[in-house]
Design a protein around this ligand. Sequence first.
Ligand code: ZN
Length: 400
Amino acid sequence: MCSSKKFFSVVNLGKHPLVNSLISKKGLNKKDPVFPLHVRQCKSCKLVQLTELIDANEIYKNVDYLYFSSDMPNLDKYFKPYADEIKKRFLKKNDLVIEIGSNDGIMLQYFKSKYKILGVDPSTNVVLRALKKGITTIPEFFTKRIASQLLYEWGEAKVIYGNNCIAHLNDVRDLMEGVKTLLKKDGVFIVECNYWGGMVKNINYSLIYHDHFSYFSLKVWNIFAKKYGMNVFDATVTPAQGGSLRLFISKDNKKKTNRYKKLIKEENINRLNTFKKSLEYKNNVKRISNKLKKIVNNLKKEGKKIAGYGAAAKGLTILKCSGLGKKQISYFVDDSPAKQGLYTPVDHIPIISRKDANKILPDYFIILAPNYSDVIIKKEKNFINRGGKFIIPKNELSIV
Ligand SMILES: [Zn+2]
C-alpha cells in the first residue's frame, strides 16, 4: 500500500497452484503452473501481503472464475441485514449505489427497488449471470480510468462498497483514486476484507492464496485512507470468511463510532501490527499444518479412506501446506454444480457431487470449507450416525 520495498518474512508456504482454476478432463495431461505463496510484512506501513504478485488477469479474466456467490450457503442471510444497515444509515431514494466485485449480484439485488445500482466485476461468467437477473454490471476491474468514465455517464455515487475484493487487486492505490473520483462529498465507501487480526487469533491460514494479495488490519487502513485524504470512521469484525473486517470510510469528517474506537484499542493492546506477532502466527501455522499431516498420514496407515468436503480455494491451501494430495485424498465433494466433474490443479483429484459420494463414502471427510463446518455437520447427521467422522482444520483442529 505504501511503496516501500523493505519486508519482513512472515510465513513461506512454498509453491501452490492457482486454487480457483480447476481442471477439466481435457486439461489433465497439461502441467499446471505453480506460484510462490510467501507472506511478508512491510517494514514501513506494516501491511501483511504477498509480494510476488501474479497478474490478476490470470485469475479472473482468462479462466472461468468458478465462484458464484449465490451458490454459497447462507450468504443471502448475511447480505440482507448488511444491505439494510447501509440503506438506513446512508441512503435516500434514487441515490446511486455501486458495488466493486459484485459477482452475480447477490447483494446488489437488495438495493434494486429504491436506488440506482451498478455492479463492476471482471469475471465475465459471473457478470453474465448478474445481467440475467437484471443487475446492471460492467465486466471490468474497478480502476481510476473506469471510475472517470462512470462518473461521466452515471454521476457521483452515494455509496460505493466492495466485499472481499480489495485483497484481490494488484493496485489498491488506483482503486482508492477511483473511489475518490466517483464518491459524493458526503458519500461513504464501505470495504469488507480479510482481517489479519482474525487470522492471527484463529490461526487461520486458509485465506492465504493467490487471489488474496493483502491481509489487513484497521491500523493499516487508517494510515492508508489518510493518504487519500479520507477518514475511516467506523469498523467492525463480521463472521464472514471466519472473521472479516468491515470498514466505513468517508471523504468528510464523519465522527468516529464507539465500535471503531474499541477495535483500534484492541489492536493496540494485542500488538497486532508488530513483527513479533507475525512470528507467533508463523509458528502456529507450522504447528497446526504438521499436526494435520500427522493425523491424516496415521489414518492412512490404518487403512482409512479420506475425502475432502468442499473444493474451496481455502481448503486447497490447507491441504498443500500439510503436503497432502492424491495419495491421501480420494475425492472431493462439492455442492456447486459448476465444480462437479472437474479436478483440482496439480494433484488432479476428482470433484463429485455429494449424492455420487454415497456409493463410495469415506471413513473421514476433511472439511475444506472450515467456515461452513457447522452447516455441514448439521446436514451430515446420517453419515455421522453410521460411524463417519469429520476432520475440521479450524483453530486447533478437531475430529467429530
Ligand atoms: Zn508498506
